[in-house]
Design a protein around this ligand. Sequence first.
Ligand SMILES: [Zn+2]
Length: 227
Amino acid sequence: MFDNFKRLLQGQASQVMIGALLDLVLPESCSACYRPQKGSLCEDCLSEIPVEPRKGPPIPLVDETFVLAPYTEGLQRILRDIKFREMSLLADRFGDYLANQLSEPPVINADLWTVVPLYKTRERYRGFNQVTNLFQPLINKFGLPQDQSILSRVKATPRLFQWNRSERVQLMESAFETNRSLNNSHVVLLDDILTSGTTVQTCAKSFRDQGASRVTVITLTYKGELA
Ligand SMILES: [Zn+2]
C-alpha cells in the first residue's frame, strides 16, 4: 500500500497535481520585484516607474516622438513577462496605470491613433498584441479616434539587432501595408519599446505613401539615452 503511494508520487500525474496545489497555496509574485503579490504588479514597483512624456530621438519620416517612461529595470521585467510569458492581464494592468498617470494625451487633435501591428501568425501564437493592451486604456480615457485595422504587417521580419541601420531599413522594406487613403491626416503610431526606430520608420513610410501629412510616434519606453 505504502509502496503504491510512493510510486504514485513519483509519477508524472502526481507532479502535475503537486504543481496545481502549489499554485493554490503560494500567492502570485510581482513581475518587477518577484515579491509575493496578488495581481502580478505591486504598488511599490508601479510607483517607481514615472510616467512623463518626453521628446524622443529623431527618426526619419517621423515628425515627432514621445517617450512616456524611462527604461528602468522594473519596466524591462514587466515588458519581458508580457511578451515571453504571454501575460495579457499584466499588460492590461500596466495600461490602466499608464492611463491613470496622464492628465492629458501627449498629442491633441490627431486624426487617427493606431498601434504597430504584429505579424498575424505571431499574434495568433501569442494570443494578443501587447501594444494594444498597453494603450487601450489611454485611448478610452481620452476618447481618442482609433483605427486598429488600417495598418497590417504583411511580411514576417527577423530580429533586427544584428544588422546596421541601412540593412535594417532594407529588411523591413514593405513589411507594413496601409489599406486606405490617409489624405492629409495626422497619424499617431503607438509602440512599446523603441530601439533603432526602423520599425516605426517603415510604418511611417507606409502612412505617407497613403497621403498622411504628419506622423507622431508615442512609445512606452526607449532603449537608449534621451537628450
Ligand atoms: Zn514589485
